[in-house]
Design a protein around this ligand. Structure first.
Ligand code: ATP
Length: 573
């Protein structure tokens, strides 16, 4: 177990009152939050009350659970249960929407989350004046001076209030809600059901929220409603890492919360993750003055840049591999980061897109499993694909099967069948290395038939009438799903490639961040803009080595600025 610093310990041992902790990157928020959770648990007299520790990703929740259980296992630990560790959304779902949502949704069943691929959703659309959109595509925005606004699509088309409200009600009547609508219904419950609000406040006298810069507008109102009913809400986060601005999470709530009279404002300002030269650059970008706890290792470390050309990606990857070699970092301990999913796909050796609709879910599942070894992602896609093949009547199934930690026996048995299918390229989901039109799709069709027969016999699940048509060869090519490099034919190091958003919260030994001109511009401009913050998150993931990929055309323009910040030029393409 980590020995806490005095700054961390003061937070852990502070009096039981609402707290706002403004922390820098790599400052040990995880250990501090877990120990604070344990300290509150120990000191709280109310043995019926639960303390909730909430975050925004399953990875963070798993880490918290692991560390809290390790604390419980320590000799002499008198700590007991009575804590709830979950994502913010899972907490809202399990404590508000599922048990009480029916009171405001007008449905006669336990509400269930829909993911968008469920066939029955075809009957639930909303009209934008020109064309219909799935109701599940509605996003809710609170716009200053306007109030609640409903939008769809990338162009953020605003939907007529009444049309949106009618569509949401229609969906709610069958018990379904989308991800965006979950918080909406939860807030409705809290605002219209005072007895439930009071009961929740009694059950959760303390709620700690990690990554609090990611609290969006609806989450904020939910937390404030609970606070109004007496819950002590504490926040811990880093506004410089607020990279979900597009979804209404500006970090302002965390900033403002610290200024409230009854809130104890604290800081965590030592970075335990990165070597000092990286912390110095991070300080300049964020305007903070954080300390580096580490000293530089004897091998190559720090922040570098090199030029790359878009059509010579393999050279850039080889240059990065060479730098990693000098730093003594294995390829497996490094990552290539991009701003957008499209870029990440491209740098990962993007496949030519194959499949449409339901079939596309199976394509994605095979690629996730065989190219990236990500079985959890493969499982999710496979579930969406299988549910897409079933009869409309099984609309709630996907949400039951996909629910993290569900303990219902029927769901568990079904999960086992689906896992078996996902894990087995010989008899289940066919290998992504097969040629798609002549081998992969026919194999999928035959095995899906066997799977559907088993689901019908053992689980009473009925296949939809058109399931075969959904697996027809639409946009299926005469080539494998994975491109040759991933089949081991070309000799380029195989890096994990990811978006910055996906590695949030991680510590990684070597990071290459591939930029275009505007990414660089905003990175150098500091953390005032969202893309600037994304650059800051990329930089601060690196433990030992951070490399910036600069487009060759712009090297001359950016080199002096990068040198001035403390980057060093690496040899490169
Ligand atoms: N007191 C400490 N002494 C030594 N190492 C520590 C201490 N506190 C934290 N660390 C280490 O610092 C690293 C970063 O911690 P953690 O992942 O919790 O950072 P974080 O604050 O969540 O960062 P970020 O917000 O950037 O993801 C971890 O490897 C952790 O073990």
């Amino acid at each position: 177990m980590i020995e806490l610093s005095p700054q961390q310990r003061e937070i852990v041992e502070a009096p039981l009152k609402p707290m706002a902790v403004s922390a820098c990157a790599g400052s040990g928020k995880t250990a501090t939050a877990v120990q604070r959770l344990a300290a509150i648990r120990e000191r709280l007299d109310d043995r019926h009350g639960h303390i909730a520790l909430l975050s925004f990703s399953n990875v963070a929740v798993d880490t918290f659970n692991r560390d809290y259980n390790a604390l419980l296992a320590e000799p002499g630990s008198g700590r007991i249960g009575g804590v709830e560790i979950a994502t913010v959304d899972a907490f809202i779902t399990s404590t508000i929407v599922r048990p009480h949502g029916h009171l405001v949704m007008g449905c006669a069943r336990t509400p269930f989350l829909v993911h968008g691929s469920e066939p029955f959703l075809a009957n639930f659309t909303v009209w934008d004046g020109n064309r219909p959109h799935p109701t599940t595509a509605l996003r809710l925005e609170l716009v200053k001076g306007v109030g609640l606004q409903f939008e769809v699509g990338r162009a953020r088309t605003v939907i007529d209030q009444k049309a949106a409200a009618d569509a949401i009600r229609k969906l709610a009547k069958v018990g379904a809600y989308s991800h965006a609508l979950g918080s909406f219904w939860a807030l409705r419950v809290l605002r219209t059901q005072p007895l439930i609000l009071r009961a929740l406040a009694r059950r959760f006298p303390h709620i700690l929220v990690d990554e609090a810069q990611d609290i969006g507008t609806f989450h904020q109102f939910i937390l404030l409603a609970l606070r109004g009913a007496g819950v002590q809400v504490s926040l811990i986060g880093d506004v410089n890492q607020g990279i979900y601005e597009f979804s209404g999470a500006t970090g302002e709530f965390l900033d403002q919360y610290a200024k409230r009279d009854d809130v104890d404002g604290r800081m965590l300002s030592t970075n335990y993750r990165s070597v000092p030269s990286i912390v110095t650059i991070a300080n300049q970008l964020s305007g903070r003055n954080d300390m580096a706890a580490r000293t530089a290792p004897a091998t190559l470390s720090g922040a570098y840049y090199f030029a790359y050309k878009k059509d010579e990606k393999d050279n850039a990857l080889k240059s990065f591999a060479a730098l990693l070699g000098q730093a003594g970092i294995a390829v497996n301990d490094a990552v290539v980061l991009c701003r957008s999913a499209e870029w990440a796909d491209d740098w990962a050796g993007g496949e030519e897109e194959q499949g449409r609709g339901v079939l596309r879910h199976f394509v994605d599942a095979a690629i996730q499993r065989d190219k990236f070894g990500r079985f959890d992602e493969a499982f999710k896609h496979c579930c969406a694909g299988v549910v897409g093949l079933l009869d409309d009547g099984h609309g709630a199934l996907l949400s039951e099967v996909a629910r993290h930690g569900t303990d219902e026996q029927s769901s568990q048995a079904l999960r086992r069948v689906l896992w078996t299918f996902v894990k087995d390229p010989a008899n289940g989901l066919p290998s992504a290395s097969l040629v798609a039109d002549t081998a992969w799709q026919p194999a999928l069709l035959a095995r899906a038939e066997i799977l559907l027969a088993a689901l019908s016999a053992e689980h009473g699940l009925k296949a939809g009438d058109t399931w075969k048509a959904k697996l027809a060869k639409r946009n299926i090519l005469n080539q494998p799903l994975m491109r040759p490099a991933d089949l081991g034919i070309e000799n380029v190091p195989r890096f994990r490639v990811s978006t910055v958003h996906k590695v949030k919260g991680e510590s990684i030994r070597g990071v290459l961040y591939i930029c275009n001109r505007s990414h660089l511009d905003e990175l150098l401009g500091g953390t005032a803009t969202e893309v600037g913050k994304i650059g800051y998150v990329a930089l601060t993931r690196a433990r030992d080595l951070f490399v910036l990929g600069v487009p060759a055309n712009y090297l001359k323009e950016f080199a002096p600025k990068l040198d001035a910040l403390g980057f060093a030029k690496a040899g490169g393409t």
